[in-house]
Design a protein around this ligand. Sequence first.
Ligand SMILES: [Zn+2]
Length: 100
Amino acid sequence: MRNIPVGTWLDCGCCGTWFETWEGYVDQDQDEGYGICRKCQGEIREHDEAEWDKAIATLREGLNDQNRAKFDAMPRIQQKAMVWDALDKGILTYHIVPRV
Ligand SMILES: [Zn+2]
C-alpha cells in the first residue's frame, strides 16, 4: 500500500473523474496516478452492504422458525459471521457477477 499525501490529484479507476485525495484517504491499490474517488468508494460500500443484505436474507430463508428468531436477534456483524460460516461449509454459494 502506498502512502498518498493529502491533496494528490488522481484519476478515479472506477468512473474516470479527476479528484483530489482527502485527509484519511486510503490507497485503493490502483496503478500509479489512479485511485478511487469518494463517490465511487461510497457506491462500492453500498453495493457491498446490498450484497450482504441478500446473503443474510438467503441464509435466513433456510432457517426453521426457532433458529430464525435467534438469527433475527443477532447483531448484523454476527449475521455476517454466520454467512461466512455457511459459505465455508458450502451451505451457501456465492456468484461473482459484473456490476451493471
Ligand atoms: Zn469515481
